[in-house]
Design a binder for this molecule. Sequence first.
Ligand SMILES: C[S@@+](CC[C@H](N)C(=O)[O-])C[C@H]1O[C@@H](n2cnc3c(N)ncnc32)[C@H](O)[C@@H]1O
Length: 202
Amino acid sequence: MNNTEAEKQRKGVMSVYDKMAPTYDKLNNDAQYQGEAILLEMYKKYGISAGKIFDIGCGTGKVKDLLGDSFTYEGVDLSPAMTHEAAKRGYTCHTGAVEDVIKEIGDKSVDHVIALSCLYFIEDVETLIKECERISRKSIFIILEHFGQEAKERMESAQVHVYNHPLSIVKDPTETKKDIFLWKRPSTGDIVNGNALFKLLE
Ligand SMILES: C[S@@+](CC[C@H](N)C(=O)[O-])C[C@H]1O[C@@H](n2cnc3c(N)ncnc32)[C@H](O)[C@@H]1O
């Protein structure tokens, strides 16, 4: 993707999620979204109960409702309307593309990195995962959707590309959950399956 296409993608994502932000939490419930529950399962299993979370594509910061106040939250999202909602929940927010913002975050300056249903909008996730490992002291958790052809085309009808990424983008994961139900797109009924990857860094 050249710079013009990347800019178009960012504008497209921003426009979609700016419109969605006020009703996003309800939509997320309607979609039976599973990413948060899998994250919670991993955190319980590996005894993670506190620390600073860096949330990639944080949306409204809804994950805070589940994980609670023993964590602190720093989020990044392309959509100003989304970061506005996340800030209301107590997030420290960056509005912009994570590919740019993450470069400004210090080495080993957060405890945990999470990316829930965001990486399918980003082409070069290999570089991004390396950056996640650079900034995080303790863990990384990512969700990787795998869109079937029809679901992909329907998503892309809003002028936004989606990328199916291979599991190999995370080297030596501690846990991999493969081919699991992740969510159902309320407007089309498309079922989106995919993978969850968790990596302990220490
Ligand atoms: C499906 S929502 C997921 C929101 C949240 N993580 C959740 O689980 O509820 C995807 C979010 O990723 C954001 N996003 C997409 N591409 C991004 C990028 N390159 N940098 C930062 N945020 C991005 C969108 O603006 C949107 O808010």
